[in-house]
Design a binder for this molecule. Sequence first.
Ligand SMILES: NC(=O)c1ccc[n+]([C@@H]2O[C@H](COP(=O)([O-])OP(=O)(O)OC[C@H]3O[C@@H](n4cnc5c(N)ncnc54)[C@H](OP(=O)(O)O)[C@@H]3O)[C@@H](O)[C@H]2O)c1
Length: 295
Amino acid sequence: MASWTARDIPDLTGTHAVVTGANSGLGVPTALELTRHGASVVMAARDPAKGRAAVREVRERVPGAEVEYGRLDLADLGSVREFADSVTRPLGILVNNAGIAVSARRRTTADGFELLFGVNHLGHFALTGLLLPRLLAHPGARVVTVSSDQHAAGRIDFDDLGMERSYAATRAYARSKLANLMFALELNRRAEAAGADLRSLATHPGFTATNIARVGPLTRPLAALLRLIAQPTEVGALTSLYAATSPDAHGGDFIGPGLRPLQPSPRAYDPEAARRLWQVSADLTGVSFPALTPH
Ligand SMILES: NC(=O)c1ccc[n+]([C@@H]2O[C@H](COP(=O)([O-])OP(=O)(O)OC[C@H]3O[C@@H](n4cnc5c(N)ncnc54)[C@H](OP(=O)(O)O)[C@@H]3O)[C@@H](O)[C@H]2O)c1
Protein backbone atom coordinates (compact mmCIF):
# COMPACT_ATOMS: atom_id res chain seq x y z
CA MET A 1 0.00 0.00 0.00
CA ALA A 2 3.03 2.27 -0.38
CA SER A 3 1.28 4.26 -3.11
CA TRP A 4 -1.65 5.24 -0.86
CA THR A 5 -1.64 8.97 -0.16
CA ALA A 6 -3.90 11.44 1.62
CA ARG A 7 -5.67 11.94 -1.73
CA ASP A 8 -7.02 8.38 -1.36
CA ILE A 9 -8.94 9.22 1.82
CA PRO A 10 -12.62 8.61 1.04
CA ASP A 11 -15.30 11.24 1.42
CA LEU A 12 -15.90 11.62 5.16
CA THR A 13 -18.89 13.93 5.04
CA GLY A 14 -21.14 13.09 7.99
CA THR A 15 -18.29 11.52 9.99
CA HIS A 16 -17.40 13.07 13.31
CA ALA A 17 -13.80 12.60 14.46
CA VAL A 18 -11.63 13.29 17.50
CA VAL A 19 -7.84 13.55 17.31
CA THR A 20 -5.87 13.83 20.56
CA GLY A 21 -2.62 15.79 20.73
CA ALA A 22 -3.87 17.64 17.67
CA ASN A 23 -1.88 20.84 18.22
CA SER A 24 1.55 19.48 17.38
CA GLY A 25 3.54 17.03 15.27
CA LEU A 26 1.57 14.16 13.74
CA GLY A 27 -1.73 15.35 15.19
CA VAL A 28 -1.92 18.43 12.96
CA PRO A 29 -1.84 16.76 9.51
CA THR A 30 -4.01 13.94 10.85
CA ALA A 31 -6.75 16.41 11.84
CA LEU A 32 -6.19 18.53 8.75
CA GLU A 33 -6.60 15.70 6.24
CA LEU A 34 -9.68 14.29 7.99
CA THR A 35 -11.17 17.79 7.84
CA ARG A 36 -10.15 18.29 4.21
CA HIS A 37 -12.06 15.12 3.30
CA GLY A 38 -15.29 16.32 4.89
CA ALA A 39 -15.15 15.04 8.49
CA SER A 40 -16.13 17.34 11.33
CA VAL A 41 -13.14 17.20 13.64
CA VAL A 42 -12.48 18.02 17.27
CA MET A 43 -8.81 18.89 17.71
CA ALA A 44 -8.14 17.91 21.31
CA ALA A 45 -5.20 19.51 23.10
CA ARG A 46 -4.27 20.29 26.68
CA ASP A 47 -3.18 23.88 26.06
CA PRO A 48 -6.05 26.13 24.85
CA ALA A 49 -3.75 28.66 23.16
CA LYS A 50 -1.89 25.97 21.21
CA GLY A 51 -5.10 24.08 20.43
CA ARG A 52 -6.88 27.17 19.11
CA ALA A 53 -3.84 28.15 17.02
CA ALA A 54 -3.90 24.69 15.41
CA VAL A 55 -7.63 25.03 14.68
CA ARG A 56 -6.95 28.43 13.05
CA GLU A 57 -4.23 26.85 10.91
CA VAL A 58 -6.60 24.13 9.67
CA ARG A 59 -9.35 26.69 8.96
CA GLU A 60 -6.91 28.78 6.94
CA ARG A 61 -5.79 25.79 4.90
CA VAL A 62 -9.22 24.15 4.46
CA PRO A 63 -11.88 26.71 3.55
CA GLY A 64 -15.22 25.84 5.17
CA ALA A 65 -13.55 23.34 7.52
CA GLU A 66 -15.79 21.92 10.23
CA VAL A 67 -13.23 21.91 13.00
CA GLU A 68 -13.22 22.94 16.63
CA TYR A 69 -10.98 22.88 19.66
CA GLY A 70 -11.61 20.67 22.69
CA ARG A 71 -9.61 20.87 25.91
CA LEU A 72 -8.19 17.52 26.94
CA ASP A 73 -5.42 16.91 29.46
CA LEU A 74 -4.74 13.18 29.47
CA ALA A 75 -2.74 13.58 32.68
CA ASP A 76 -5.96 14.34 34.56
CA LEU A 77 -8.92 11.94 34.54
CA GLY A 78 -11.22 14.83 35.50
CA SER A 79 -10.28 16.57 32.26
CA VAL A 80 -10.74 13.32 30.30
CA ARG A 81 -14.27 12.97 31.68
CA GLU A 82 -15.12 16.61 30.94
CA PHE A 83 -13.88 16.27 27.39
CA ALA A 84 -15.75 12.99 26.82
CA ASP A 85 -18.95 14.60 28.11
CA SER A 86 -18.55 17.36 25.51
CA VAL A 87 -18.67 14.84 22.65
CA THR A 88 -22.38 14.39 22.10
CA ARG A 89 -22.57 13.23 18.47
CA PRO A 90 -22.02 9.71 17.12
CA LEU A 91 -18.27 9.35 16.66
CA GLY A 92 -16.86 7.67 13.55
CA ILE A 93 -13.14 8.11 14.18
CA LEU A 94 -11.10 8.41 17.37
CA VAL A 95 -7.35 8.84 16.93
CA ASN A 96 -5.51 8.26 20.20
CA ASN A 97 -2.45 10.16 19.03
CA ALA A 98 -1.20 12.31 21.94
CA GLY A 99 1.97 11.18 23.59
CA ILE A 100 4.88 12.12 25.74
CA ALA A 101 8.21 10.37 25.28
CA VAL A 102 10.60 11.90 27.71
CA SER A 103 10.63 12.59 31.39
CA ALA A 104 14.14 12.32 32.79
CA ARG A 105 12.83 11.88 36.32
CA ARG A 106 9.79 9.93 37.45
CA ARG A 107 6.72 12.15 37.50
CA THR A 108 3.06 11.44 38.11
CA THR A 109 -0.30 12.53 36.72
CA ALA A 110 -2.97 14.37 38.72
CA ASP A 111 -4.30 10.94 39.72
CA GLY A 112 -0.90 9.66 40.83
CA PHE A 113 -0.05 7.42 37.85
CA GLU A 114 3.47 7.30 36.43
CA LEU A 115 3.31 10.10 33.84
CA LEU A 116 4.03 8.28 30.56
CA PHE A 117 1.85 5.27 31.42
CA GLY A 118 -0.82 7.68 32.69
CA VAL A 119 -0.91 9.97 29.64
CA ASN A 120 -0.08 7.59 26.79
CA HIS A 121 -2.05 4.57 27.97
CA LEU A 122 -4.43 5.17 30.89
CA GLY A 123 -5.68 8.54 29.62
CA HIS A 124 -6.49 7.05 26.23
CA PHE A 125 -7.97 3.90 27.79
CA ALA A 126 -10.34 6.05 29.85
CA LEU A 127 -11.14 8.35 26.93
CA THR A 128 -11.99 5.43 24.64
CA GLY A 129 -14.17 3.78 27.28
CA LEU A 130 -16.05 6.99 28.01
CA LEU A 131 -16.58 7.61 24.29
CA LEU A 132 -17.62 4.01 23.57
CA PRO A 133 -21.37 4.75 23.49
CA ARG A 134 -20.69 7.49 20.91
CA LEU A 135 -18.46 5.16 18.88
CA LEU A 136 -21.05 2.38 18.90
CA ALA A 137 -23.65 4.89 17.69
CA HIS A 138 -21.69 5.29 14.42
CA PRO A 139 -21.75 2.15 12.23
CA GLY A 140 -18.22 1.02 11.38
CA ALA A 141 -16.48 3.38 13.80
CA ARG A 142 -12.71 3.09 14.15
CA VAL A 143 -10.33 3.66 17.03
CA VAL A 144 -6.71 4.23 16.01
CA THR A 145 -4.10 4.12 18.75
CA VAL A 146 -0.63 5.43 17.94
CA SER A 147 1.98 3.06 19.33
CA SER A 148 5.60 2.71 18.23
CA ASP A 149 8.19 0.13 17.20
CA GLN A 150 9.66 0.93 20.63
CA HIS A 151 6.89 -1.24 22.12
CA ALA A 152 9.11 -4.26 21.44
CA ALA A 153 11.48 -3.14 24.22
CA GLY A 154 8.60 -2.64 26.66
CA ARG A 155 7.84 -4.75 29.71
CA ILE A 156 4.92 -4.39 32.09
CA ASP A 157 5.71 -5.25 35.70
CA PHE A 158 2.25 -5.47 37.24
CA ASP A 159 3.84 -5.38 40.69
CA ASP A 160 5.44 -1.98 40.00
CA LEU A 161 3.10 -0.12 37.66
CA GLY A 162 4.18 3.16 39.24
CA MET A 163 7.86 2.36 38.44
CA GLU A 164 8.62 3.40 41.98
CA ARG A 165 11.22 0.67 42.45
CA SER A 166 13.07 1.38 39.25
CA TYR A 167 12.54 4.22 36.78
CA ALA A 168 14.21 5.00 33.45
CA ALA A 169 12.72 7.29 30.82
CA THR A 170 13.35 4.96 27.88
CA ARG A 171 11.77 2.02 29.72
CA ALA A 172 8.78 4.16 30.71
CA TYR A 173 8.20 5.14 27.06
CA ALA A 174 8.61 1.59 25.70
CA ARG A 175 6.23 0.29 28.38
CA SER A 176 3.60 2.91 27.54
CA LYS A 177 3.81 2.11 23.82
CA LEU A 178 3.52 -1.63 24.57
CA ALA A 179 0.41 -0.83 26.62
CA ASN A 180 -0.97 1.21 23.68
CA LEU A 181 -0.53 -1.74 21.33
CA MET A 182 -1.91 -4.33 23.79
CA PHE A 183 -4.92 -2.08 24.37
CA ALA A 184 -5.58 -1.63 20.64
CA LEU A 185 -5.43 -5.39 19.99
CA GLU A 186 -7.52 -6.27 23.05
CA LEU A 187 -10.13 -3.64 22.16
CA ASN A 188 -10.47 -5.21 18.74
CA ARG A 189 -10.75 -8.73 20.22
CA ARG A 190 -13.46 -7.53 22.61
CA ALA A 191 -15.36 -5.70 19.86
CA GLU A 192 -15.29 -8.84 17.70
CA ALA A 193 -16.37 -11.09 20.58
CA ALA A 194 -19.27 -8.75 21.36
CA GLY A 195 -20.27 -8.54 17.69
CA ALA A 196 -19.81 -4.76 17.85
CA ASP A 197 -19.46 -2.80 14.62
CA LEU A 198 -16.17 -1.25 15.73
CA ARG A 199 -12.59 -1.68 14.52
CA SER A 200 -9.52 -1.00 16.59
CA LEU A 201 -6.14 -0.58 14.93
CA ALA A 202 -2.66 0.48 16.00
CA THR A 203 0.05 2.36 14.17
CA HIS A 204 3.76 3.07 14.27
CA PRO A 205 4.26 6.26 12.26
CA GLY A 206 8.01 5.83 11.76
CA PHE A 207 10.72 8.27 12.75
CA THR A 208 9.07 11.65 12.25
CA ALA A 209 10.20 15.24 12.83
CA THR A 210 7.94 16.38 15.67
CA ASN A 211 8.31 17.92 19.10
CA ILE A 212 8.36 14.56 20.84
CA ALA A 213 12.08 14.53 21.63
CA ARG A 214 12.14 17.87 23.49
CA VAL A 215 14.26 17.10 26.50
CA GLY A 216 16.11 20.26 27.43
CA PRO A 217 18.85 22.60 26.32
CA LEU A 218 21.70 20.07 26.32
CA THR A 219 20.07 17.87 23.73
CA ARG A 220 18.74 20.62 21.44
CA PRO A 221 21.59 20.23 18.89
CA LEU A 222 20.91 16.50 18.79
CA ALA A 223 17.17 17.13 18.41
CA ALA A 224 17.89 19.55 15.53
CA LEU A 225 20.08 16.93 13.85
CA LEU A 226 17.42 14.24 14.26
CA ARG A 227 14.82 16.52 12.70
CA LEU A 228 16.96 16.72 9.57
CA ILE A 229 16.94 12.98 9.00
CA ALA A 230 13.38 12.28 10.11
CA GLN A 231 10.38 12.08 7.77
CA PRO A 232 7.94 15.02 7.59
CA THR A 233 4.80 14.90 9.72
CA GLU A 234 2.59 14.66 6.59
CA VAL A 235 4.25 11.32 5.78
CA GLY A 236 4.13 9.95 9.34
CA ALA A 237 0.45 10.88 9.67
CA LEU A 238 -0.47 8.68 6.70
CA THR A 239 -0.33 5.65 9.02
CA SER A 240 -3.14 7.02 11.21
CA LEU A 241 -5.08 8.34 8.22
CA TYR A 242 -4.90 4.98 6.45
CA ALA A 243 -5.91 3.11 9.63
CA ALA A 244 -8.78 5.51 10.22
CA THR A 245 -10.21 5.60 6.72
CA SER A 246 -8.99 2.98 4.24
CA PRO A 247 -11.40 0.13 3.44
CA ASP A 248 -8.28 -2.09 3.26
CA ALA A 249 -7.35 -1.47 6.92
CA HIS A 250 -8.76 -4.16 9.19
CA GLY A 251 -9.46 -4.38 12.87
CA GLY A 252 -6.40 -5.66 14.75
CA ASP A 253 -3.95 -4.35 12.11
CA PHE A 254 -0.71 -2.74 13.27
CA ILE A 255 0.26 -0.38 10.48
CA GLY A 256 3.78 0.92 10.03
CA PRO A 257 5.80 3.21 7.76
CA GLY A 258 4.99 2.76 4.09
CA LEU A 259 1.61 1.49 5.36
CA ARG A 260 3.09 -1.97 5.73
CA PRO A 261 1.58 -4.31 8.31
CA LEU A 262 3.92 -4.74 11.28
CA GLN A 263 4.25 -7.76 13.51
CA PRO A 264 3.58 -6.95 17.17
CA SER A 265 6.16 -8.37 19.57
CA PRO A 266 5.19 -11.63 21.32
CA ARG A 267 4.52 -9.69 24.55
CA ALA A 268 2.04 -7.43 22.72
CA TYR A 269 0.21 -10.50 21.46
CA ASP A 270 -0.10 -12.24 24.83
CA PRO A 271 -3.90 -12.31 25.38
CA GLU A 272 -3.60 -13.21 29.07
CA ALA A 273 -1.37 -10.19 29.77
CA ALA A 274 -3.69 -8.02 27.65
CA ARG A 275 -6.70 -9.10 29.72
CA ARG A 276 -4.79 -8.33 32.91
CA LEU A 277 -3.71 -4.91 31.62
CA TRP A 278 -7.32 -4.17 30.64
CA GLN A 279 -8.62 -5.09 34.09
CA VAL A 280 -5.91 -3.09 35.90
CA SER A 281 -6.56 -0.10 33.63
CA ALA A 282 -10.31 -0.30 34.34
CA ASP A 283 -9.65 -0.50 38.09
CA LEU A 284 -7.20 2.42 38.07
CA THR A 285 -9.33 4.73 35.93
CA GLY A 286 -12.76 3.64 37.09
CA VAL A 287 -13.77 3.31 33.43
CA SER A 288 -15.24 0.04 32.24
CA PHE A 289 -16.48 -0.86 28.79
CA PRO A 290 -19.80 -2.51 29.71
CA ALA A 291 -20.87 -3.02 26.08
CA LEU A 292 -17.68 -5.01 25.42
CA THR A 293 -17.38 -6.89 28.70
CA PRO A 294 -18.05 -10.61 28.50
CA HIS A 295 -20.75 -11.69 30.96
N1 LIG B 1 7.70 11.31 16.16
C1 LIG B 1 8.07 10.04 16.08
O1 LIG B 1 9.15 9.70 15.53
C2 LIG B 1 7.18 8.97 16.65
C3 LIG B 1 7.55 7.62 16.45
C4 LIG B 1 6.71 6.62 16.95
C5 LIG B 1 5.55 6.96 17.64
N2 LIG B 1 5.23 8.29 17.81
C6 LIG B 1 3.99 8.61 18.53
O2 LIG B 1 3.27 9.59 17.82
C7 LIG B 1 2.37 10.26 18.68
C8 LIG B 1 2.36 11.75 18.41
O3 LIG B 1 3.60 12.30 18.82
P1 LIG B 1 4.41 13.36 17.95
O4 LIG B 1 5.63 12.66 17.47
O5 LIG B 1 3.56 14.06 16.99
O6 LIG B 1 4.93 14.35 19.13
P2 LIG B 1 4.56 15.85 19.53
O7 LIG B 1 4.82 16.79 18.41
O8 LIG B 1 5.30 16.08 20.81
O9 LIG B 1 3.00 15.76 19.81
C9 LIG B 1 2.52 15.11 20.95
C10 LIG B 1 1.17 15.67 21.31
O10 LIG B 1 0.72 15.05 22.52
C11 LIG B 1 0.28 16.08 23.38
N3 LIG B 1 0.30 15.74 24.79
C12 LIG B 1 1.37 15.52 25.60
N4 LIG B 1 0.97 15.35 26.87
C13 LIG B 1 -0.39 15.50 26.87
C14 LIG B 1 -1.38 15.47 27.88
N5 LIG B 1 -1.08 15.33 29.17
N6 LIG B 1 -2.68 15.64 27.51
C15 LIG B 1 -3.02 15.84 26.23
N7 LIG B 1 -2.11 15.90 25.23
C16 LIG B 1 -0.81 15.75 25.56
C17 LIG B 1 1.20 17.25 23.09
O11 LIG B 1 0.69 18.46 23.62
P3 LIG B 1 1.69 19.69 23.97
O12 LIG B 1 2.07 20.31 22.66
O13 LIG B 1 0.84 20.57 24.82
O14 LIG B 1 2.87 19.10 24.68
C18 LIG B 1 1.20 17.18 21.58
O15 LIG B 1 0.03 17.76 21.06
C19 LIG B 1 2.80 9.89 20.10
O16 LIG B 1 1.88 8.94 20.63
C20 LIG B 1 4.16 9.22 19.90
O17 LIG B 1 4.44 8.26 20.89
C21 LIG B 1 6.02 9.30 17.33
